[in-house]
Structures are given as structure tokens and as C-alpha cells.
Design a protein around this ligand. Structure first.
Ligand SMILES: NC(=O)c1ccc[n+]([C@@H]2O[C@H](COP(=O)([O-])OP(=O)(O)OC[C@H]3O[C@@H](n4cnc5c(N)ncnc54)[C@H](O)[C@@H]3O)[C@@H](O)[C@H]2O)c1
Ligand SMILES: O=c1ccn([C@@H]2O[C@H](COP(=O)(O)OP(=O)(O)O[C@H]3O[C@H](CO)[C@@H](O)[C@H](O)[C@H]3O)[C@@H](O)[C@H]2O)c(=O)[nH]1
Length: 437
């Protein structure tokens, strides 16, 4: 099939490459000429494992091209909208200006019988509004909402073999033309058994908001337990293992630490609360305010722990921060807890050096006031305290016996509870986790 993908960021670039991998003829369209140039040269404009290899593989077949020219969307049977929906400045709500601009720019090129598919995460009610906009231009065109659930760091695999597909179409009608077209797009994963659910627009949009709210709630739940464990001298990692053995609870997403960040969970729970307020259902989601507050407290807690371990003062302390990305295997620093902690420490008088294998240039653009050192050994040199804030594999493999000779004071704070405390203590370190005795 001929497919266009509008917006080629973390979601759209991967989606475009994966659709070409499934055998479709794909054009990726983005307003950012630099991104388009990089993608056209089969270079990923951001770090995502496996993406660059996939781009090279599918571009060699001639099935994948990129352009800034929206006119290239003309003639595609299916048009995916993958542009950003960030949080509005100073508000909780999502900024829909990119989705609106992309849909307006695309609409004149959508032909009769063609399908526009929204993949961006949007407040409930958006699909219906955009369907009207498309149909003002082309009454014979259709719109479906097909939320995306990929995780950064696993985006290629998640796109090619998702847990499920959700199609939002008017009236949840199984016989709507959009269902047949989407089934054709996803024929390969569907044939290997990926479940698909057909819903109405509102339900499809809400599935995405609900999924991210649940994940955020699970993380804040365990972080709340971590606060209690700290107060009681108990161990939250053992607690998570024990409750996670109950199938009804499950161990995944129960890792306590400095909390969640990224371009999705924080802004999505806030936008969900804002939208519920508009709908008069704000009471239903007041718990998400608590989820957000618990999450933001984790960052303050890490700053306090650092002060404690540095004998009560941060002034002039040389702090090495391991990790800047919001999670490992990504270069994404949007709302990164690691960077927000690093910036708070620096504001309070510490001399902070941040290292990360992939995200330092993104980090430096967001927080130019911090010091960055790509070399891990150089970053550790003469540190008064080391903070592990993003659990990259290479940090998990650090040998406490080797590192102790590089730092000035052997103090380590484990913001992700991923190190073995006894190993570090036996090597002579002062170790502090979060919610661990
Ligand atoms: N990143 C993820 O893991 C992920 C997963 C699932 C869903 N989502 C959702 O997908 C959407 C995109 O997220 P992202 O992380 O890819 O954002 P992003 O900022 O990385 O990418 C957005 C892209 O859209 C482009 N763009 C903006 N306006 C445009 C226009 N008018 N025409 C063409 N291109 C335009 C930008 O230049 C940018 O390249 C968001 O709604 C997000 O919530 C993201
Ligand atoms: O037990 C855990 C699990 C995760 N995190 C943190 O939570 C954040 C989000 O992690 P993750 O969900 O793996 O990353 P994303 O790539 O942001 O993916 C989420 O957001 C995407 C965009 O909406 C969705 O598509 C995905 O399904 C959803 O998992 C990161 O900061 C993690 O460090 C924890 O603190 N503890």
C-alpha cells in the first residue's frame, strides 16, 4: 500500500521505517529539514536501538523516502499523523497546535476513499473534530484513531510486534471502511495473532490516556511505598518482588527510584486531568494529581539524600551524575528526572558533572549551565558523591573496587535501586538507595 507518515520524530520515524519493513511504499513528511535530511541519508536523528539498521535496510529497497513537501502525501491510501502533542507552557493541557497544523496542511491532499489515521496522543474529543476538518475538504475520506503504545528504547520491536491494535472509528463499526484499510496496513502482525479491538473514537483516545495513567500510577504507588519503607527502615525492592509475585499485581513497573519522566507519562497524565476537568469529570482523576506529586517528590528526595550523604552541605561538592536520558537506551531528555536533579543540585551550590552514553548534546541544549563529560572515567574523577540516575547497562557493570580509586569520597546514591548494596559497601563505599535500608 502507499502510505504517508506526517511527523517523523521518535514515533513517526520508527513508524515510517516499520511500515516500509512490512512491505508498504512509505513517504515520511516532516517540517524539520534537518530531520528529513538525516532520515533521507538513512541516519536516525535520535538514538533508538535498531532504527538506523532498519532505515538502511528499507531505503535500499526504494520503499521509504522522506521530504518536507506535504504534496508528497497525495495519492497515499493511508496517512498517519504522528506529530507532537507536548504540554502547553504554564498549563496542564496538551498543545494541539501541531496536530491541527498538520491536519490542515494534509487535508487538501487527501483523496476520496483515503484514510487519515491519528497516532499522536490526544485529549478525548480530538478525533471527532479532526474528522470534520478532513471531511470539509473531502467528504469521501475517512478518519480513524489508532493510538500508539511503543516504548522508547524498544520502539522498532514494539511497532512491528505490538501487544494489540486499537482502531477508533465512528460508532465502533467493524464494517467501517477504515477497519479494512488498517487491517491491510497491519496484515503481517495481525496474521501472527496480534489482537485488534475496534472502538469508537472516544474509547480509542481514552485507551491511550488510561494506559499511561495506569503505568504512571503503578510507578507512583511503589514510590509511595518507598517513602514508607524509608520511614520504617524497610526494603522497597524486596517488597516489590513479593507483591509482584501475585499475578494480579505483577512485578513490571514496580521499580522505585527517582520516578518517571520522558515525553509521554508526565504530560499525558496532566493533559488527561485537564481534559477531564473540561468534561466536568475532574473528580474522577484527582488521584492523578497525587501520582504527579509523588513523582515530583522523588526528585526533591534525591537532592536531600545527596545533601545528607555530603554531611549536610552541597556547597562546592563535586557531584558526578551518571545518566541524563529519562531512561536507558534512549537519548531523550524530555522531562528527565536525572537532569532535573542535576540542575537542582547545581542551583544549590554543588559542582555537577553529568555523563551519559547518548544524550549529552540533547542535555546541553536543555541545561547549558551544567558540565558534561562524555568519558565515564573522567566524569568520575575526584567526585565527592556519585549519583546513578539512569540505569544504562555500563553503569550497572561498574566495579566498585576500580571506581573507588577514581573518586575523592566513596559515596554512591542509587536513584534506580539497581546496584547490589552489599557489594558496594564491602568495597568501602557509603551506599544509599531509595526506600532501601
Ligand atoms: N515518543 C514515544 O515513545 C511515543 C509513543 C507513543 C505515542 N507518542 C505520541 O506521539 C506523538 C509524537 O511524539 P514524538 O515523541 O514522536 O514527538 P517528536 O517531537 O519526537 O516528533 C514530532 C515530529 O513532528 C514534526 N512536526 C511538527 N509539526 C509538523 C507538521 N505540521 N507537519 C509535519 N511534521 C510536523 C516535528 O518536526 C517532529 O519531528 C505525541 O503525541 C506523543 O505523545 C509518542
Ligand atoms: O518501574 C518503573 C518503570 C519505569 N520507570 C520510569 O518511567 C518512565 C517511563 O518509562 P517507559 O514507560 O518505559 O518509557 P516511555 O518510552 O515513555 O513509554 C511510555 O510512554 C509511551 C508514550 O505514550 C507509551 O507508548 C508507552 O507504552 C509507555 O510505556 C521512565 O522515566 C522510567 O525510568 C520507573 O521509574 N519505574
Amino acid at each position: 500500500m502507499k502510505i504517508s507518515v506526517i511527523g517523523c520524530g521518535y514515533l513517526g520515524a520508527v513508524h515510517a521505517a516499520c511500515m516500509a519493513k512490512l512491505g508498504h511504499e512509505v513517504v515520511g513528511i516532516d517540517v524539520d529539514p534537518h530531520k528529513v535530511a538525516e532520515l533521507s541519508a538513512a541516519r536516525a536523528p535520535f538514538f533508538e536501538p535498531g532504527l538506523e539498521e532498519l532505515l538502511s535496510e528499507v531505503q535500499a529497497t526504494g520503499r521509504l523516502t522522506f521530504t518536507t513537501d506535504m504534496a508528497a502525501a497525495a495519492g497515499s491510501e493511508v496517512h498517519f499523523i504522528c506529530v507532537g502533542t507536548p504540554q502547553k507552557k504554564g498549563e496542564k493541557a496538551a498543545d494541539l497546535s501541531y496536530v491541527d497544523a498538520a491536519t490542515n496542511a494534509l487535508a487538501p491532499y487527501v483523496g476520496a476513499g483515503e484514510l487519515v489515521v491519528g497516532k499522536s496522543t490526544v485529549p478525548v474529543g480530538t478525533a471527532e473534530r479532526l474528522a470534520e476538518l478532513i471531511q470539509e475538504h473531502q467528504p469521501e475520506a475517512h478518519l480513524a484513531w489508532n493510538p500508539e503504545f511503543l516504548r522508547e528504547g524498544h520502539a522498532v520491536k514494539d511497532t512491528l510486534t505490538p501487544d494489540r491494535f486499537v482502531y477508533g472509528v465512528p460508532g465502533a463499526a467493524e464494517d467501517h471502511p477504515a477497519v479494512e484499510l488498517l487491517d491491510e496496513v497491519y496484515a503481517t502482525p495481525l496474521s501472527s495473532g496480534t489482537p485488534r479491538l475496534v472502538a469508537d473514537y472516544a474509547t480509542a483516545e481514552l485507551v491511550k490516556s488510561a494506559a499511561n495513567s495506569f503505568l504512571a500510577t503503578k510507578i507512583s504507588f511503589i514510590n509511595a511505598m518507598s517513602e514508607v519503607c524509608d520511614a520504617a527502615g524497610a526494603d522497597v525492592t524486596l517488597l516489590a518482588d513479593a507483591i509482584g509475585m501475585d499475578d494480579r499485581i505483577g512485578r513490571k513497573f514496580l521499580n522505585a527510584g527517582i520516578g518517571f519522566g520522558g515525553g509521554c507519562l508526565p504530560k499525558d497524565i496532566r493533559s488527561f486531568m485537564a481534559r477531564a476537568g473540561e468534561l466536568g469529570a475532574d473528580q474522577a482523576l484527582t488521584f492523578l494529581r497525587e501520582v504527579d506529586d509523588i513523582n515530583m517528590r522523588r526528585r526533591t528526595r534525591m537532592v536531600e539524600l545527596t545533601r545528607e550523604i555530603c554531611n549536610g552541605t552541597l556547597l562546592g561538592q563535586r557531584i558526578t551524575v551518571l545518566g541524563a536520558a529519562f531512561k536507558p537506551n534512549s537519548d531523550d531528555v524530555r522531562d528527565s528526572p536525572a537532569l532535573s536533579i542535576a540542575a537542582q543540585l547545581q542551583l544549590q551550590g554543588a559542582v555537577v558533572t553529568v555523563t551519559d552514553p547518548q544524550s549529552l548534546s540533547n542535555a546541553a541544549r536543555r541545561f547549558p549551565e551544567l558540565n558534561y563529560e562524555p568519558d565515564l572515567t573522567a566524569a568520575l574523577l575526584n567526585a565527592d558523591a556519585v549519583l546513578l540516575l539512569t540505569e544504562w547497562q555500563q553503569y550497572l557493570e561498574l566495579d566498585p573496587h576500580t571506581v573507588i580509586s577514581q573518586v575523592r569520597s566513596p559515596r554512591i546514591l542509587d536513584g534506580r535501586n539497581v546496584l547490589e548494596p552489599s557489594k558496594w559497601r564491602a568495597a568501602g563505599w557509603t551506599y544509599r538507595g531509595m526506600g532501601r535500608p
